[in-house]
Design a protein around this ligand. Structure first.
Ligand code: ATP
Ligand code: MG
Length: 298
């Protein structure tokens, strides 16, 4: 007689990670692009606020960016993609897991260009309009400034001209908005970019999925702003070419059928691309191909 043990089959509940991103606005498109490049593909039904990805255990929750830090802090979403400025202003307890390399901006103090500015003491006793009262309050406290902070949610930049405030504390990227409102940036207080935030103390299973996603994000981010460069070069110039080429380990060198020539392949930063091409041409580089780079997995 055999004794058969009764094996209870426990179905482990499928892990599903919920990520909050901006519904529309400056960060929406790049958040979607990052997810797509990382293999998280969702449909494009604009009416749905919650959508499940096709081939990754993730669902996307669409929110106003103001609400993302709190939603993640509460655990109603496990992860979120939001500007660091919103995280800093709202002050909720979230983990900052990764910088995402887009949405760069700063929050600055700006005053009418007709004013004389000699230092931060200028702001003592002034009225300053902002949508970021907490960050400003902390900055003034650190610098011993006593000012009247006037919180508004609309167009902060028009407040001085409208007689609502003496100065503003607002987001700046190119500075064009300030110029067109007769303002000049005098103190850069906080630098921001989009960040991936997470609920503190995620379960190990959820963290495993989050880590997998972060690894993919990193590969996508590393590939941004870089090109794959291929060229033919006389064997005699090879050493010089290797000195010119920045590369992850060392450039790939492949002999060509034509004697005395080889093919070089490497990854080049967009900022260095034209300088590198000109230097390679000067030492006999030919047939230079520049290819788009999708991801770098290290
Ligand atoms: P929502 O409707 O989701 O509340 P919003 O109007 O508050 O959107 P957006 O203007 O879409 O916000 O900006 C979202 C984020 O984009 C900002 O919090 C900031 O991190 C980043 N950003 C980058 N450049 C700029 C800029 N020039 N102006 C404003 N935000 C910028
Ligand atoms: Mg907002």
């Amino acid at each position: 007689m055999f004794n058969f043990a009764v094996v209870k089959v426990v179905k482990i509940k499928d892990i599903m990670l919920r990520i909050a991103i901006q519904t529309k606005g400056r960060l929406n498109e790049q958040s979607m692009e990052l997810l797509r490049d990382a293999g998280v593909r969702i449909g494009d039904d604009k009416r749905k606020f919650l959508m499940q990805a096709k081939d990754f255990p993730v669902e996307i929750l669409f929110l106003r960016d103001d609400d993302i830090p709190q939603t993640v802090a509460m655990g109603a979403a496990d992860l979120g993609i939001v500007g660091y400025n919103e995280v800093a202003e709202r002050g909720y307890n979230v983990d900052i897991l990764e910088k995402l390399g887009f949405g760069a901006c700063r929050i600055s103090l700006a005053i009418p260009k007709t004013e004389k500015y000699e230092g931060i003491e200028y702001f003592n006793g002034k009225r300053i309009a902002t949508s970021y009262p907490n960050i400003l309050q902390e900055y003034f406290k650190k610098n011993n400034i006593t000012a009247d902070i006037h919180t508004i949610t609309g167009s902060v930049e028009i407040s001085p001209a409208a007689g609502l405030a003496d100065a503003i504390f607002d987001i700046v990227s190119s500075g064009g908005t300030l110029v067109s409102n007769g303002l000049v940036e005098v103190e850069k207080v906080l630098f921001s970019e989009a960040v991936l935030i997470g609920t503190p103390g995620l379960s190990e299973e959820k963290m495993a999925v989050a880590r997998q996603l972060m690894f993919r994000f990193e590969s996508v981010i590393k590939g941004k702003g870089k090109k794959y460069l291929m060229l033919n070069i006389p064997q005699s110039s090879l050493e010089k070419a290797i000195e010119i080429l920045p590369s992850m380990k060392s450039p790939t060198v492949i002999p060509l059928a034509q004697e005395g020539w080889c093919s070089l392949q490497t990854v080049v930063d967009d900022n260095d691309l034209w300088t590198v091409i000109e230097q390679l041409k000067a030492i006999g580089g030919e047939d230079i191909l520049v290819l788009k780079l999708d991801k770098i997995v290290l």
